[in-house]
Design a protein around this ligand. Structure first.
Ligand code: GLA
Length: 766
């Protein structure tokens, strides 16, 4: 039993393998938070909660002279506005009489086997019977408003999910805020780690002490955004990869969000997460319910390396649903960086032929294929193929690609519309725009009102028709701007505060229709790269294009930041041309590949323009990746260097679940004259096992380019090929020497395999 209830003390205890969450019905009926952290068994920690009479922090009416019992200082499970808790609230209700208050008191509970689900929203699932659900019903003291707090306990994964349903059994109310969860920790020694960014530079790590007042990570852009991410960490001061208490919180939602931590007057920290209240106002009529999206919590006392591992495994086993969730992904070539909008069927076919020769398995036609789409100001919304470019439509091209024995994929951007499109001319009201105002344009496009069933049907029929007819195997679902002028033609004036969230619900409904209708398709999310990289999208699509920035050095930092909350298997990563189109930086092919191999791997360049030697190396890369793909995508991922602090080199590692094989990658970011020796300590191996350490031929750390090496007749540097035999403990505590890097962006790739597996024998046996 992962969920226990002590009737006498009215205490709920949620247990996972290594963590405990505890709460208690307080003496006046409020649900108080007692503890979340390292597993403490079943002992009740109610003694931790204390109160004294503090000035300017009142007590509930019934408390009478028990003045120390204040909602302003007592830790709570779900905070509400208006009744004496002046800290951040999760819930703010406006009643029919204009009063704004909710005092939530314990009413009842239910413990169930399995995991709850949330109507219309993505949420973690459980098929294997690991999860248990706790529902706690809280009722407002003076109205018929109820908050149903949901807890999903995944014992083995050290994960507790939370969500909340607001029910209204009385006259209509307005929800001014309806966040998902609150975590009241009676401590203030915490840092908050967030992931900020911008287009082409997503998820840069930033950390800072929580302090009196609030710190916030948020998006008000209608999407989870490039600028902040709905995954945050609260950790013990100074915590690192392998040390320190860490709480991770991930909102399973793709719209505007708020993640906020507040240190109060007595040094306690409250953390809340949910839909951003700015612009939000939701009408709840009698009998209606509002579902606040899920937050996935995990705690570990072993640093954020272990925390990431919890999230990675959990997403793979309990969030992502695609048939590609835990299987091989086809290695793709996407046409975008090679041709952008300037496509013609024969050009695409010749690109695909060239890619096929290299071992590429899936050819993706990106933007530019539909009517009028010669640039970014035209065509979005008209999902009919441009026959000037594709004489026999998408189907004609698809047949040719399939005929070559390759899979075939296309790019779509369903949520958008250009004013220069037949769709806009027919339905100018279908986009978000406020009456009497010209809408903000971004990339020359406007946003369709996804809350409208009519719009959803149009998109499903038109795009779905093509996917079906052309037997498409892969879809890149893009979204190239943020929401503004959020006014929906399908909402009455008084309910326009619902439009932002209804957009997200409509989007989810449409995605659900697509993934159900096309279960064989590999869907990849995208929003100008990683502008909507969140757990909500991963429920529908197993991978997301990580960034429009394909420069390998920049990608190292983007993928590093992303890896804190999301698994390697979720990050689309491609080898592109050198010099790079975004930064102009030149980079060896090997290094571009090594970086892209830390993700769902592919190519995005005109491979027809590559020389013989490069083609040979690309072939080798593809073969190599195919061999190690499952290990890389589904093994345990370790960050070996802190990218934000180590500007000299970056290293990372993946270890198979059985700890028999590992791959270590390192890239020199800043070569030095008279170079220093660099070494990395490995992780996740078995201490007493012998491993062979092999430097892969794919790597490039000779200080010379390959052509030069060949001219000199020394294709192989003997030192490069040397195999080491080491104990796991030596590799983890002593480390592995990186080769001496003589040039910027040289890189190395090691494969580490349990020694007896490879027939080499152990040292004593040779
Ligand atoms: C976005 C995507 C790119 C590409 C273009 C096409 O920017 O992130 O990968 O698909 O759109 O317009």
């Amino acid at each position: 039993m992962a969920i226990l209830f002590d009737e006498k003390k009215k205490v709920f205890t949620l247990q996972t393998k290594n963590t405990t969450w505890q709460m208690q019905v307080g003496r006046y009926g409020h649900l108080l938070h007692l503890y979340y952290g390292r597993r403490v068994g079943e002992g009740v920690l109610d003694y931790l909660v204390r109160g004294i009479n503090r000035g300017f922090s009142g007590a509930p009416y019934e408390a009478g002279e028990d003045r120390g019992y204040s909602l302003d200082t007592y830790p709570q499970e779900y905070s509400a506005y208006g009744v004496g808790d002046y800290r951040i609230s999760c819930l703010s209700v406006e009643h029919g009489d204009g009063s704004r208050a909710a005092e939530l008191l314990f009413d009842s509970y239910q413990i169930e086997k399995g995991k709850y689900s949330l109507a219309g929203l993505p949420a973690a699932w459980d098929e294997g019977g690991e999860a248990e659900t706790l529902r706690v019903v809280l009722k407002d003291k003076a109205s018929l408003v109820e908050a149903v707090l949901l807890y999903g306990v995944f014992e083995e994964h050290d994960v507790i999910t939370r969500a909340c349903i607001i029910r209204n059994k009385g006259e209509g109310i307005w929800l001014e805020r309806a966040l998902s969860a609150c975590l009241d920790l009676q401590r203030h020694d915490l840092e908050m780690i967030t992931f900020y960014g911008r287009h082409t530079m997503e998820r840069s790590l930033e950390r800072g002490m929580c302090r009196h007042g609030k710190i916030t990570a948020e998006s008000m852009r209608g999407t989870s955004s490039h600028q902040e991410n709905p995954f945050v960490i609260l950790c013990e001061k100074g915590a690192g990869e392998d040390w320190g208490e860490c709480y991770g919180m991930s909102l399973v939602y793709s719209g505007s969000f708020l993640a906020e931590a507040e240190v109060d007057q007595i040094n306690q920290t409250r953390f809340v997460m949910g839909i951003h209240p700015e612009g939000f106002r939701w009408r709840l009529e009698k009998g209606e319910r509002f579902f606040a999206p899920e937050v996935i919590f995990s705690f570990t006392s072993d640093g954020y390396g272990a925390l990431s591992k919890n999230f990675h495994r959990f997403y793979q086993e309990h969030l992502i649903r695609s048939k590609y969730r835990n299987t091989r992904r086809p290695i793709l070539l996407n046409h975008w960086e090679a041709m952008e909008f300037h496509i013609q069927e024969e050009e695409l076919v010749s690109l695909a032929v060239s890619a096929k020769e290299l071992g590429v398995e899936l050819f993706v036609m990106d933007d530019g294929w539909f009517k009028g789409r010669d640039h970014d100001r035209r065509g979005l919304g008209d999902w009919t193929p441009d026959t000037k470019k594709l004489p026999k439509g998408v189907t004609g091209l698809s047949e040719k690609i399939h005929g070559m024995g390759m899979l075939f994929g296309i790019w779509i951007e369903p949520e958008m519309i250009n004013e220069d499109s037949d769709l806009y001319r027919a339905h100018p009201d279908w986009c978000l725009k406020a009456p009497g105002r010209m809408p903000n344009r971004e990339r020359g496009q406007l946003v369709l009102d996804m809350s409208s069933r009519e719009v959803q049907d149009y998109l499903f029929e038109n795009i779905g028709g093509i996917l079906k007819e052309a037997a498409v195997d892969y879809v890149k679902w893009d979204m190239n701007r943020n929401l503004s002028d959020v006014w929906s033609f399908s909402c009455p004036a008084i309910r326009q505060g619902e439009a932002g969230h209804r957009y997200v619900l409509g989007l989810y409904e449409l995605m659900e229709r697509f993934v159900r209708a096309f279960p064989e398709i590999l869907f990849e999310g995208c929003s100008g790269g990683g502008g909507r990289f969140d757990a909500g999208i991963l429920y529908y699509m197993p991978q997301i294009w990580c960034s429009d920035n394909t420069d390998a050095v920049e990608r190292i930092s983007i993928q590093y930041g992303t890896s804190f909350g999301y698994p390697v298997s979720s990050m689309g990563a491609h080898v592109s041309v050198s010099p790079n189109l975004q930064t102009g930086r030149s980079m060896p092919l090997e290094t571009r590949a090594i970086v892209a191999m830390a993700g769902a791997f592919g190519y995005e360049l005109d491979v027809r323009k590559t020389g013989q030697e490069e083609r040979k190396r690309i072939k080798e890369q593809i073969q190599w990746y195919k061999q190690y793909q499952e290990l890389i995508l589904y093994g345990d991922y370790y960050r070996l260097t802190p990218v934000e602090a180590n500007r000299e080199f970056a290293a990372w590692q993946v270890v198979s679940r059985d700890k028999k094989t590992a791959v270590v990658s390192a890239v020199c970011l800043h070569a030095r004259s008279n170079p220093l020796f660099w070494r990395v300590r490995l992780k996740g191996l078995k201490e007493d096992t012998w491993y062979r350490v092999r430097q892969e031929r794919l790597t490039d750390c000779s200080g010379k380019d390959k052509e030069q090496e060949q001219k000199e007749g020394q294709d192989e540097n003997p030192a490069k090929r040397e195999e080491l035999l080491c104990l796991g403990s030596g590799l983890m505590y002593g480390g592995v020497n990186l080769p001496v890097f003589w040039r910027d962006y040289e890189s190395v790739l090691y494969v580490i395999e349990e020694a007896d597996k490879r027939g080499g024998g152990l040292p004593g046996e040779r």
